[in-house]
Design a protein. Structure first.
Length: 103
């Protein structure tokens, strides 16, 4: 059984599942190893969020059968030195309106 499952709320579809070696928890956010993210559905956008503590993040959109869900998660390609361990990992936050995180 995986240690973490992320499901879409509207249809209960599993977006991804991961075991503990592919998940990092930092600042109450879940960072998922990029090998587990299906890039045929998740698309890194040009939209930027400047996180004061971690650095410049790129928003990621999700393709679904009902269309696109914008800003479903984020990725920080080049984080500040304190957070180098999450470089390229995809960040998900509990309480998102589109998905639920099960641990």
């Amino acid at each position: 059984m995986p240690d973490l499952v992320i499901r879409l709320k509207y249809d209960n579809e599993i977006l991804l599942s991961a075991d503990e070696k592919h998940v990092q928890v930092l600042d109450n956010k879940y960072y998922i190893h990029p090998d587990l993210v299906d890039l045929s559905r998740f698309e890194v956008s040009d939209r930027i969020y400047n996180c004061p503590s971690k650095g410049k993040a790129r928003w990621v959109d999700l393709r679904t059968e009902k269309g696109w869900l914008n800003d479903i998660c984020w990725v920080i390609p080049d984080p500040k030195p304190k957070y180098i361990q999450i470089a390229g990992w995809f960040g998900f936050t509990p309480g998102n309106k589109h998905y639920e995180i099960e641990t």
